[in-house]
Design a protein around this ligand. Structure first.
Ligand code: HEC
Ligand code: HEC
Ligand code: HEC
Ligand code: HEC
Ligand code: HEC
Length: 298
């Protein structure tokens, strides 16, 4: 009897406010967007903010807009007989797990939202409603809070009041995020590897495969003697420091550096009959990829 009472007391003991804050689930896209609001960052980090706004990270549900196209096709096909066991017959049947097939990397904050938000995203995708989809994306807080700690059993969960950067420790001018801490992985390729893919996402009930570039970085570039990190090539190169724009092949400077082409020509003549002149050449073309991974990807 006593243990039952103890059990009841424990069961009804109110959870501390923090625990509720931790498990808070956004119920609408607008609420999710407010939970990850980065408008304050612009005041003090104006240049980085502008660069980020021009990056594909800032519109990760839209892309070029090939991502929007890809998601439209995927969500439509889930409603057809192509996936008879998906549990989805029409738009109202979508749950988080269906959208997670892409959101794992294109919108990881969906983890902190309800199935209603997943359905709102599906609707916006099917309606090609870019204004709604632009409200959420891979922003400052995804990289400088949520994805800034990988080894959580050693280093703890990212804290609600802290931004994690490459260098600084101490107080931070932001009202909500009033502390700054050094992240142990911010300068490591593994930071990017969290979304830039190792291969198929086997943990999903219906594995998807999109970006696999971190896999080829780890298993081909590094073993062949590559020493640069993703950040070295995509953020920090001294000659074209573009930092938070995250340039890739759409950037002329990056595209120029991507491949070294060596062409060797050796001309000779081939004379089958006296008087015939058929100029001939031997051509040797060597292409060397200078990217730290296979190209193209995604
Ligand atoms: C009131 C001004 C202010 C606001 C608002 C602000 N920051 Fe900062 N932040 C700073 C200053 C100053 C530093 C120290 C940077 C320095 O000396 O380069 C800093 C440092 C950082 C660092 C660490 C840099 C490093 O080298 O380790 C990160 C990451 C960062 N801020 C992200 C953010 C994000 C994300 C937001 C929005 C949520 C934000 N900041 C809002 C002023 C601000
Ligand atoms: C939270 C997941 C996530 C993290 C972390 C992340 N990325 Fe991305 N990145 C994406 C997604 C998703 C896209 C594609 C957006 C789109 O076009 O839909 C992208 C796009 C890019 C692009 C543009 C590719 C192009 O085709 O132009 C580059 C470059 C890039 N990321 C580099 C990096 C680097 C370097 C890091 C680490 C410092 C990093 N990313 C961290 C998810 C992430
Ligand atoms: C493992 C993480 C991951 C998953 C899961 C994922 N993506 Fe991606 N996706 C990325 C990254 C990172 C990029 C950008 C980098 C690149 O092109 O290599 C990208 C790029 C794309 C692109 C090309 C973007 C452009 O604008 O050129 C499309 C289209 C796309 N993803 C659609 C999808 C769809 C649809 C799903 C779900 C069925 C999905 N992705 C699942 C990480 C992922
Ligand atoms: C895709 C991940 C990603 C996003 C999104 C992102 N950052 Fe960063 N940021 C990084 C990484 C990685 C570094 C460290 C680069 C290095 O030192 O090699 C960095 C460095 C910084 C620094 C310190 C270096 C410097 O140049 O002063 C600040 C401050 C910062 N980011 C602020 C921001 C703000 C503000 C936003 C949003 C507007 C933002 N970041 C968005 C990944 C990201
Ligand atoms: C040695 C320099 C170098 C390193 C290291 C490197 N990259 Fe790249 N990356 C490039 C170049 C150059 C391109 C442009 C290739 C092109 O023009 O097709 C590129 C292209 C990309 C693209 C676009 C690929 C596509 O086809 O859609 C993404 C995304 C990307 N890199 C992310 C990363 C990430 C994440 C890492 C770390 C795991 C990384 N890169 C490491 C140089 C590098």
């Amino acid at each position: 009897m006593r243990s039952l009472r103890l059990f009841l007391i424990l069961f009804f003991l109110p959870l501390p406010a923090m625990a509720f804050a931790e498990v808070k689930q956004a119920k609408t896209i607008d609420e999710l967007s407010r939970m990850y609001d980065v408008s304050s960052c612009k005041t003090c980090h104006a240049k980085i903010f502008e660069e980020w706004e021009q990056s594909l990270h800032a519109k990760s549900l839209i892309g070029t807009p090939r991502t929007l196209g890809g998601m439209t096709g995927f969500f439509k096909s889930l409603m057809t007989s192509e996936y008879p066991e998906s549990g989805v017959k029409d738009a109202k049947d979508f749950k988080k797990e269906h959208v997670w097939a892409c959101a794992k990397c294109h919108l990881p904050q969906l983890e902190h939202a309800t199935d209603d938000v997943a359905r709102e995203i599906v609707k916006a995708v099917l309606d090609q409603d870019q204004n709604t989809l632009k409200k959420v994306g891979i922003n400052c807080l995804i990289c400088h809070n949520e994805k800034a700690i990988i080894h959580k059993w050693q280093d703890g969960m990212p804290k609600k009041d802290t931004v994690y950067g490459p260098n600084k420790e101490g107080a931070h001018g932001d009202k909500m995020y009033n502390k700054v801490k050094k992240s142990l992985i911010m300068k490591e390729s593994a930071m990017c590897g969290q979304c830039h893919g190792l291969g198929p996402n086997f943990e999903m009930p219906q594995p998807t495969q999109c970006a696999t570039l971190y896999g080829s970085y780890l298993h081909a570039y590094v073993p062949n003697g590559g020493t640069e990190t993703c950040q070295d090539c995509h953020m920090n190169k001294a000659e074209d420091h573009k930092s938070h724009k995250f340039p890739a092949y759409r950037d002329p400077d990056m595209a120029k550096k991507a491949v070294t082409v060596e062409v060797d020509t050796h001309g000779y003549q081939f004379l089958p009959r006296t008087g015939d002149l058929i100029p001939t050449a031997m051509l040797t073309v060597k292409l060397k990829s200078n990217a730290g991974h296979r190209i193209p990807d995604g």
